[in-house]
Ligand binder design. Structure first.
Ligand code: TRP
Length: 447
C-alpha cells in the first residue's frame, strides 16, 4: 500500500486538532485537577509543567518522528527502523496495539458514565425521572449500554478514515471544547467560594513536595500526551513531510497543558462553590473526597444546588467531558485499526467494525466483573505498559535508528535543524535521559 492510499491529515491545523484531541482527555479534565487538589495545588502544577517540558515533550517528538518516517502503522514503522530484528520490532508494535485497546476498553466505560450524567438532566427536564435515575446509578446494564453508545460514536468517526473522520471531527469538536471551557470557567467565577478554590490551586503548598509527587507528575504528563501506545506514532505517520515536527509537537503540548490548566481553573473553584452550597467535599480526616466521587458526586450535587441553571451547566460540563473522551478514544482505536488494515490488507471499514466490536466485548467483560477487573486493566495499561513502551521507543530512536537517517527525517520540514541547539541536545537526551527517567517512574512502586 502506498502512502497516498492510507490517508493523510490535510492541514497542519487539522493535525494539531487531532493530536491535541488525542492528548486532551479525561487525564486533563479529571485526572489533572484531582491530582493538583490532593497534591498541594501549584506545587503539583509546577512539577507537572517541568515534567511536561523535560520528559513528555521530547518523547512526543520521538513518537511522531518514528511514525512519520515509517509512513505506516506502528508495527511496520518499527520494523522499518529496526531492520536487523524485525520480529522483535513487530512484537513491540503488537504490544502497543494491545495496550491501546486495553486503555480503550476501560476508558469507554468511564466515557459511558459521562454520557449518562450528561443525558440525565435532559431526562429530568422532560419528566423522565426514572430514566434519569437509571442513567446515573451504577449497574451492569447501564454501564454496558452506555459503553455501547460511546463505542458506536468512536467507530462512527474512525471508520471514515483520517481526513474525513479523525481530522474532521477533531477540528469540529476541539473548538467546541474550548468554548464550553471558557463559558463554564466564566460562570463558576461569578459564584461564591470560587476564590477559595483558586487560592488552593495557585498557592503552592511546598510541604507536599516529595518523591511520590514527582513520580505522579511524571506519570500524569506521560498519560496526558498519549505516549507509549503508538497513538502519536500512527498520527505522525499521517503527517506530511513538509511539517516541522518539533514546532508542531510543541504546539500540541502547549494546548494539552493549557487545557489541563484550564481544567484546574474550573474544577477546583467548582469544588469550593459546592462547599459553599453545602456539599461535602472533605472527609472526616480533612482529606479531599476521592477522585471518582469528585466528578460523579460532588459536581452533580453542585449542579443540583443551582436549580435550572445547574441543569444547563451540568449538560455543558458533561458534554465537554464526552468530547474530550471521544477525541482521545478515536486515537486509541486508530492504533489497532491501522495495523489490521495494513498488515492484514483489510478495508478500514471492516477493520474498524471488527476491532470496535472486539474491544466492546472486552469492555462488557470488564463492566460485568467491575470490581475485579477495572482497576487491574487501568493500572496495568497506564501505570506499567505506557511508561515501559515509552522506554522501548526511546531505545529504538536513540540506540537503534542511525543518527543520519534520523537527521534526514527530522530535517524535512526543518532544513536548518542541524545547526540548532535542539539537534545538539535532543537525540542524546532521548537516548539517555528519557529512558532513565521513565524507568525511575516505573521502578518507583517496587522500591
Ligand atoms: N491522553 C489521554 C487523556 O489525557 C489518555 C490517553 C492515554 C490516550 N493513552 C492514550 C489517548 C493513547 C489516546 C491514545 O485522557
Amino acid at each position: 500500500m502506498t502512502s497516498s492510499d492510507r490517508g493523510q491529515f490535510t492541514s497542519r491545523f487539522g493535525f494539531i486538532m487531532a493530536a491535541a484531541g488525542s492528548a486532551v482527555g479525561l487525564g486533563n479534565v479529571w485526572g489533572f485537577p484531582t491530582q493538583t487538589a490532593t497534591n498541594g495545588g501549584a506545587a503539583f502544577l509546577l512539577v507537572y509543567l517541568f515534567m511536561m517540558a523535560l520528559l513528555a515533550f521530547p518523547m512526543l517528538i520521538a513518537e511522531l518522528t518514528i511514525g512519520r518516517y515509517g509512513q505506516s502503522n506502528p508495527i511496520a514503522s518499527l520494523r522499518k527502523i529496526w531492520v536487523k530484528n524485525k520480529p522483535v520490532a513487530a512484537m513491540f508494535g503488537v504490544i502497543a496495539l494491545l495496550t491501546a485497546s486495553m486503555i480503550l476498553s476501560f476508558y469507554a466505560i468511564l466515557a459511558g458514565w459521562l454520557i449518562g450524567f450528561g443525558l440525565a438532566p435532559i431526562a429530568d427536564v422532560i419528566g423522565l425521572n426514572g430514566v434519569a435515575d437509571w442513567l446515573v446509578t451504577f449497574g451492569t446494564a447501564r454501564n454496558v449500554s452506555l459503553t455501547v453508545l460511546f463505542m458506536l460514536m468512536t467507530v462512527f468517526v474512525v471508520r471514515r478514515g483520517v481526513s474525513d473522520g479523525i481530522e474532521k471531527w477533531s477540528s469540529r469538536l476541539m473548538p467546541v471544547l474550548f468554548v464550553l471551557f471558557i463559558a463554564l470557567i466564566g460562570y463558576i467565577f461569578t459564584q461564591d467560594g470560587a476564590m477559595d478554590g483558586l487560592e488552593m490551586y495557585l498557592v503552592p503548598k511546598w510541604n507536599h513536595l516529595n518523591a511520590s509527587l514527582v513520580v505522579n507528575a511524571m506519570g500524569q504528563a506521560f498519560f496526558s500526551l498519549s505516549l507509549g501506545v503508538g497513538a502519536m506514532m500512527v498520527y505522525g505517520s499521517y503527517l506530511s513531510k513538509d511539517i516541522n515536527i518539533p514546532k508542531t509537537a510543541g504546539q500540541v503540548a502547549i494546548i494539552d497543558t493549557g487545557v489541563a490548566f484550564m481544567a484546574g481553573l474550573l474544577i477546583l473553584p467548582a469544588m469550593f462553590v459546592a462547599k459553599e452550597n453545602g456539599v461535602q467535599i472533605f472527609n472526616e480526616l480533612g482529606e479531599l473526597i476521592s477522585s471518582g466521587n469528585l466528578v460523579f458526586v460532588v459536581l452533580p450535587a453542585l449542579f443540583d444546588s443551582m436549580g435550572l441553571a445547574g441543569e444547563v451547566i451540568g449538560i455543558a460540563f458533561f458534554a465537554l467531558m464526552v468530547i474530550a473522551a471521544l477525541t482521545s478514544s478515536i486515537a486509541m482505536l486508530e492504533v489497532p485499526v491501522s495495523c489490521l488494515q495494513e498488515e492484514a490488507k483489510m478495508s478500514r471499514n471492516k477493520a474498524t467494525k471488527i476491532l470496535g466490536g472486539t474491544i466492546l466485548l472486552c469492555s462488557a467483560i470488564i463492566a460485568a466483573n467491575f470490581n475485579a477487573l477495572f482497576d487491574l486493566v487501568a493500572t496495568a495499561s497506564t501505570v506499567y505498559m505506557q511508561p515501559l513502551l515509552g522506554v522501548v521507543w526511546a531505545v529504538v530512536l536513540g540506540w537503534i535508528w542511525s543518527r543520519n537517517s534520523l537527521l534526514e527525517e527530522i530535517r524535512q520540514g526543518n532544513p536548518e535543524i542541524e545547526q540548532t541547539w535542539f539537534w545538539k541536545i535532543w537525540p542524546w537526551y532521548v537516548k539517555f535521559v528519557c529512558p532513565a527517567a521513565i524507568l525511575i517512574v516505573f521502578a518507583y512502586p517496587f522500591l
